[in-house]
Write a protein that binds this ligand. Structure first.
Ligand SMILES: Cc1cc2nc3c(=O)[nH]c(=O)nc-3n(C[C@H](O)[C@H](O)[C@H](O)COP(=O)(O)O)c2cc1C
Length: 253
């Protein structure tokens, strides 16, 4: 079993990497192989919106007009059974390294699908298996109780990655600021990020996320978080009925 971390931190040895390593240890403790890709070390250009990938009608990962490290990273993701996205919170979101990466992944791994009723639909191009997915977000100032105000990135990853990678979201963590001491002066407040340290419970939470990902894969009953699966069964029935009869309502008017 292969577990992969996609790390969007700008720092090789920052808090995100430290927690990602704990996550990997958790996965390895359950017999999985774990690897980490540092996006900062890869040559990944900006998407040019040429739509080469979007227009691709063949099977498998769509081609890209840019020739860089993205091919190798996607190949590693396709091969992986579980993937964890790790990123610091920058200005309330994931880092630019991560958003650029997700831009480049989007239509290479996903395509428009036959509509759900009359509704927009998407499907993964790499649906050979259901991947287990999760994320780690690290923050400098916002405590866990205010995560909602600061961590839009996790929500965004959770809604995009499963569609692209044919995955089920297993879990995520947010490592809020834990300070080595309370700030005592105005200068301390101004330099709050430098007082930050990771706590033992945060390392343990990351480790447990790794364990949980492997256990979910071993259980063998993952279900992809497709758009269709995200609509409750009853509502799906109503949508189908509505869109079947809608043309008749129009004729009757
Ligand atoms: C440009 C920038 C923007 C940041 N924005 C936020 C933010 O909006 N909320 C927050 O809690 N921390 C913010 N931080 C702090 C980082 O999230 C925090 O230091 C993180 O742990 C860094 O991860 P790293 O050690 O892997 O680099 C920001 C840091 C930088 C450099």
């Amino acid at each position: 079993m292969n577990i992969l971390v996609i790390n969007g931190s700008a720092r090789a040895e920052g808090t995100t990497t430290a927690l990602a390593r704990s996550f990997m240890e958790g996965a390895q403790s359950r017999g999985a192989a774990a690897d980490m890709i540092m996006l900062r070390d890869k040559n990944i250009g900006y998407c040019t919106n040429c739509l080469t990938c979007y227009a691709y009608e063949g099977e498998g990962v769509a081609p890209c007009s840019l020739k860089d490290d993205m091919d190798a990273v996607i190949a590693a993701m396709v091969q992986a059974d579980g993937i964890c996205f790790a990123s610091p919170v920058h200005c309330g979101f994931v880092t630019a390294l991560m958003t650029n990466f997700m831009d480049r992944l989007a239509w290479r791994a996903m395509r428009p699908a036959p509509p759900l009723g009359n509704c927009f639909n998407l499907e993964s191009r790499v649906s050979d298996k259901v991947r287990a997915l999760g994320s780690i977000a690290t923050a400098g100032g916002m405590p866990l109780s205010l995560r909602r105000l600061c961590d839009e990135g996790t929500r965004w990853l959770k809604s995009n990655a499963p569609l692209e990678l044919h995955g089920q979201w297993i879990g995520d963590m947010y490592a809020a600021a834990d300070l080595e001491r309370l700030p005592e002066s105005e200068r301390d407040w101004k330099r709050l990020y430098f007082l930050r340290k990771l706590s033992a419970p945060q390392f343990e939470e990351a480790r447990q996320l790794g364990v949980r990902m492997v256990e979910a894969l071993e259980a063998g009953n993952l279900k992809p978080d497709t758009l269709e699966n995200s609509i409750p069964r009853g509502l799906r029935g109503i949508m189908k009925w509505y869109f079947t009869w809608k043309p008749l309502f129009h004729l009757a008017r």
